[in-house]
Design a protein around this ligand. Structure first.
Ligand SMILES: Cc1cc2nc3c(=O)[nH]c(=O)nc-3n(C[C@H](O)[C@H](O)[C@H](O)COP(=O)(O)OP(=O)(O)OC[C@H]3O[C@@H](n4cnc5c(N)ncnc54)[C@H](O)[C@@H]3O)c2cc1C
Length: 484
C-alpha cells in the first residue's frame, strides 16, 4: 500500500497536522517512535497559550503565535478540551524593568497584540493577591491563556484517528530512501511508501532531515526543569512571567487547569537529545526564580519535578517549508511558542501540500467533534451514583488523590489511539498525578492494563518497551489464594 502522506512524530505539531489532513480524502499514517502520542516535548512544557507580544516581529514564531492564539477557543470547544483565557502578567520588580515592559508592549503592538501596562500597585494586588510586594509594574496580556498540553495533543490524535488517520507506535524511522516516483520510510516494524513526508520529529528533526541528505540546520536540545506544587497550595489567577532574558522568557510561576502551581523552566543547552533528567542545581535555580514572584508559597508542598527539551534550531526560528526534495516537508525547530503556534502551523502545512500539487478533496464525513471522556470527579454525588448504577466499575476508585475510577481507566484504554502504558493512563485520566504520585494506583492500574490488553503483568510498562515494572512472579500461588 502507498500512503498519501506520512507524518513522522506524534507531538502536538504532528497531531495537529494529522487532524487537519484528516479533513481531506487522503490516506495518512503517523509514525511515532515512542509507545504513545505526546511522549516528547509536548508533554513537558508550561502549557501557556501565549498572547504573542514576546516573539521578534517578522519571524515565523511571531506570525504563527498571532494567527493561532484566537483559534484556540473554537478548536478546544470542538475537541472538548478545557482552555482558560485567564490572561498573563510580565512582572517588573526593578526600576529599570518598567522600560523593559514598555519595550515588550511596543513589540506586541508590532505583532498586532494589545497589552496593558499596569503601574497601579493596588490594582496589581487586586488582580493577583499573592504576587510579591516588590512588583512595581506588570504587562497584562488579556488574550493569554492556559491549556493542558497533553490533553490537547491526545484529543487532536483521537479526532484525527476517528477521521481516518492511522497511528503506528514503537515505530522509529531509521532511514528514508528517496526515489523519483516515491519515498520509502524504513522502521524495524516495516517499510512504508509515500509521496509526502512531513518531518515533525521535535529535537530529532535534524536527524530525520539528514536521512534524505538535507543537512542544513542543527537542533540543540535546551532543557527546562520544573517543580509542581500540590493542588490548592496557593491561589494564582494567571501565569506570571519575570522580565525576559536573552535566552528565554525566564522562570515563571503559573497555575494549571487542575489547581496546581508550578515554577520553571530554566534553560540549559545539552548534547543529549534524550536527557530529561532533573538536577539539584536546576531545581534550586527554579525555586529561587519562582520565589521572586510568589515569596509566600509553601515549598513543602512540592510534589514532583520534571523537565522538557526545547528544540532550538540554529536559525532561532521555526523552519517550516517544503525542501528541495519535492514532497519532503520540514517542520523543525518548533520551540516555544510552538504549542500556541500549532494550530496556525498546521493550516500552513496544508497550504504547502496544496502548493506542492497534492490533491486536497474535502471529506463530507469529517467530524471535528470529539466527545470528552467522563471524569467522575467533576460530577455531583447524585450523578456519580447514576454512573455507578449503570457500570459498577465507576464505583471502584483506582486513584484516590484524583478520584479516578476503574471505568475511566478502561475507557482510556478503549478510546481511539488508546492508552497502552501507565503513562498513557496517567495523561488521559490523571491517575497518578496527585499528591501520592502513583503510590496508591500503580498496582491497580497495572492489573487493569494487563487484563484489558490481555498481556502478562510482566509486559505492562511505564512508557513502552524497556520500562516494564515487573520481572517475574516471586510466588506461584499466594498464601491468601490457598486459603480461599
Ligand atoms: C520547557 C518548555 C516550555 C515550553 N512552554 C511552552 C508554552 O508555555 N507555550 C507554548 O506555546 N510552547 C511552549 N513550549 C514549546 C512547545 O512545548 C513545543 O513547541 C511543542 O511541544 C513542540 O511539539 P513537537 O510536536 O514539534 O515536538 P514533540 O512533542 O517533541 O514531538 C516530536 C515527536 O517525534 C517523535 N520522533 C522523534 N524521532 C522520531 C523518529 N525517528 N521516528 C518516529 N518518531 C520520532 C518523538 O518521539 C516525539 O513524540 C515549551 C517547550 C519547553 C521545552
Amino acid at each position: 500500500m502507498k500512503w498519501d502522506v506520512i507524518v513522522i512524530g506524534a507531538g502536538v505539531i504532528g497531531c495537529t497536522i494529522a487532524r487537519n489532513i484528516s479533513k481531506y480524502s487522503l490516506n495518512t499514517l503517523v509514525l511515532e517512535k515512542s509507545s504513545d502520542v505526546c511522549s516528547g516535548t509536548s508533554k513537558g512544557n508550561s502549557g501557556i497559550v501565549h498572547a504573542g507580544y514576546a516573539a521578534e516581529p517578522g519571524t515565523f514564531k511571531a506570525k504563527f503565535n498571532t494567527i493561532s492564539n484566537p483559534l484556540f477557543d473554537q478548536v478546544c470547544k470542538d475537541l472538548n478540551v478545557e482552555f482558560r483565557r485567564c490572561g498573563t502578567f510580565v512582572v517588573s520588580t526593578i526600576d529599570s524593568g518598567i522600560n523593559q515592559l514598555e519595550e515588550l508592549r511596543i513589540r506586541g503592538e508590532k505583532n498586532g497584540i494589545k497589552t496593558e501596562l499596569i503601574l497601579d500597585k493596588k490594582k496589581i494586588k487586586e488582580m493577583e493577591p499573592n504576587l510579591t510586594d516588590d512588583a512595581n509594574g506588570v504587562l497584562y496580556a488579556s488574550t493569554g491563556g492556559i491549556v493542558s498540553p497533553y490533553g490537547l495533543t491526545i484529543a487532536l490524535a483521537e479526532n484525527a484517528n476517528m477521521n481516518g488517520v492511522e497511528f503506528r507506535f514503537n515505530s522509529e524511522v531509521e532511514n528514508i530512501e528517496v526515489k523519483e516516483s516515491s519515498k520509502k520510510v524504513m522502521t524495524k516494524e516495516g517499510e512504508f511508501h509515500t509521496n509526502y513526508i512531513i518531518n515533525v520529529a521535535g529535537v530529532y528533526a535534524d536527524k530525520i532531515s539528514k536521512m534524505v541528505g538535507l543537512d542544513y540546520f542543527k537542533i540543540t536540545p535546551r532543557r527546562g526543569e520544573y517543580v509542581l506544587f500540590d493542588k490548592e497550595t496557593l491561589k494564582l489567577n494567571r501565569p506570571l512571567f519575570p522580565l525576559p532574558t536573552k535566552k528565554s522568557k525566564g522562570i515563571l510561576a503559573a497555575p494549571t487547569l487542575h489547581k496546581h502551581v508550578f515554577f520553571g523552566p530554566n534553560a540549559v543547552d545539552l548534547d543529549d537529545k534524550a536527557d530529561t533528567s532533573t538536577t539539584t542545581e536546576g531545581i534550586e535555580e527554579i525555586i529561587a526564580g519562582g520565589l521572586k514572584l510568589l515569596p509566600n508559597i509553601n515549598l513543602r508542598k512540592i510534589i514532583t519535578n520534571f523537565a522538557g527539551l526545547r528544540a532550538v534550531s540554529d536559525t532561532n526560528d521555526f523552519i517550516i517549508e517544503e525542501t528541495k526534495i519535492k514532497g519532503f516537508i520540514n517542520v523543525a525547530g518548533i520551540q516555544s511558542p510552538g504549542l500556541t503556534a500549532s494550530l496556525g502551523i498546521a493550516d500552513y502545512v496544508i497550504d504547502i501540500l496544496r502548493d506542492s500539487g497534492l490533491e486536497l478533496l474535502e471529506k463530507e464525513s469529517f467530524n471535528p467533534r470529539r466527545e470528552r471522556p467522563i471524569s467522575l470527579t467533576n460530577f455531583p454525588n447524585e450523578k456519580k451514583h447514576e454512573f455507578i448504577m449503570k457500570d459498577q466499575n465507576y464505583g471502584n476508585i483506582v486513584c484516590r488523590c484524583e478520584h479516578v475510577s476503574e471505568a475511566e481507566v478502561i475507557d482510556a484504554i478503549k478510546r481511539p489511539v488508546g492508552a497502552t502504558t501507565l503513562d498513557g493512563i496517567k495523561f488521559r485520566t490523571r491517575c497518578g498525578m496527585g499528591r501520592c504520585q502513583a503510590g496508591f494506583c500503580t498496582a491497580r492500574t497495572v492489573k487493569i492494563l494487563s487484563k484489558e490488553l490481555d498481556i502478562p503483568i510482566e509486559k505492562v510498562s511505564k512508557m513502552g518497551p524497556g520500562s516494564e515494572l515487573f520481572v517475574s512472579k516471586t510466588k506461584f500461588k499466594s498464601v491468601w489464594e490457598d486459603k480461599k
